[in-house]
Design a protein around this ligand. Structure first.
Ligand code: ASP
Ligand code: MG
Length: 345
């Protein structure tokens, strides 16, 4: 959804798919860079914007693209209708700027599909059970798409973006990262939770729970991208990292804690601070994740991981991920490159 031209091309694709006999729901994200621009704009107005008002502001990015795409489709002679997240029954908790979807009641979407219309949905947003507008955290339009696909019992879901699919590391920082033909739900969820931007972790969780295999592919490309859902690759298949973390010592209060918990043990708590604004709890830290299928089945994966994570401050293991925590001054990009070179075969 980079610009008007890109929206016209998406409209062409949608119309082509409809003429092939498909019923379509199209979830859109904001135009390239517009969510960042809105966050910046808020920063010019206030140092501590209320998170509720940030949600009011950020949710407009997707409303722009949903209306434009709907107009473009209508001009091609196909009936289309755009809906906000709240209009199509995306119900969330009340955590502004980082809400979780708790229920999807897509009654209006189903009605319009029955009438033969294409439904365009503003991604990344919903309505809390308190009837407030919420957003789902950066990259959250993926989650709208998969949560809706699950609720509608869709036969098929495709996630389009400006990258070819899922890579073994972020190709912007690891030059020899490999495009993966397929990846399991658990592995991708671990990579995404670990900081990979290619897909929103909650989106993968919705797909996993509903058992919906989907493709992540590049807009306008003939390539089929990465199939998510089919597990089968053994061992470590990818690495990811994040510098947007906070560490809370074991005695810190967890009351009123926002931000997804990345890890919690008697050593302390690591949270994701990407979608937090204003004053943040704890101290900054960074994390590195190596993800793959059943990593605890063979101790060699852990052994290899531990050999390449100096100078970490702590580590932990989950069935689909091996994770390490670092201080804020460590060069996490360099560590990610090193881990990719050593661990991903
Ligand atoms: N527009 C939102 C963002 O930039 C959501 C998304 O693109 O998925 O994070
Ligand atoms: Mg995205």
């Amino acid at each position: 959804m980079a610009d008007a031209h890109a929206i016209q091309r998406v409209a062409d694709t949608v119309v082509e798919r409809v003429r092939q006999g498909n019923k379509l729901v199209v979830v859109v994200s904001a135009m390239g860079g517009s969510t960042n621009a809105l966050i910046e704009l808020a920063g010019q107005i206030s140092d501590h914007p209320k998170r509720r008002e940030l949600d009011m502001l950020l949710s407009t990015g997707e409303r722009v693209t949903m209306a434009l795409l709907s107009m473009a489709i209508a001009d091609r002679g196909i009936e289309a209708l755009s809906f906000t997240g709240s209009q199509c029954g995306i119900i969330t908790n009340d955590v502004h700027t980082d809400a979780r979807i708790i229920d999807v009641r897509p009654i209006r979407v189903e009605d319009e599909l029955k009438r033969g219309r294409v439904v365009i949905v503003a991604g990344f947003q919903g309505m809390s059970y308190k009837r407030e507008i919420t957003t789902l955290g950066r990259g959250g339009s993926d989650t709208t798409a998969l949560a809706l696909a699950a609720a509608l019992g869709a036969d098929h879901c495709e996630i389009y973006s400006d990258v070819d699919g899922v890579f073994s590391a972020d190709p912007r920082c690891v030059s020899d990262a490999k495009l993966l033909d397929e990846i399991g739900f658990g592995t991708l969820e671990a990579l995404a939770r670990g900081g990979a931007k290619v897909l929103h972790a909650d989106a993968v969780a919705w797909a996993r729970r509903a058992g919906i295999a989907f493709r992540a592919r590049k807009t306008g490309s003939q390539d089929t991208g990465t199939l998510v859902g089919a597990a089968g690759l053994e061992g470590i298949v990818g690495v990811s990292s994040s510098a947007q973390r906070r560490f809370l010592p074991p005695d810190a209060s967890l009351d009123n804690l926002h931000g997804c918990i990345i890890h919690c043990s008697d050593q302390g708590t690591v949270i994701d601070s990407q979608n937090l604004h204003g004053e943040l709890p704890g101290v900054p830290c960074q994390t590195l994740t190596a993800a793959g299928e059943d990593l605890l089945n063979d101790p060699k994966y852990l052994r290899n991981f531990l050999a390449c994570i100096e100078p970490c401050l702590g580590w932990w293991a989950t069935p689909f991920g091996l994770h390490a925590r670092f201080g804020e001054h460590v060069d996490i990009t360099e560590l990610t490159r090193r881990a990719h070179a050593t661990l991903v075969s």
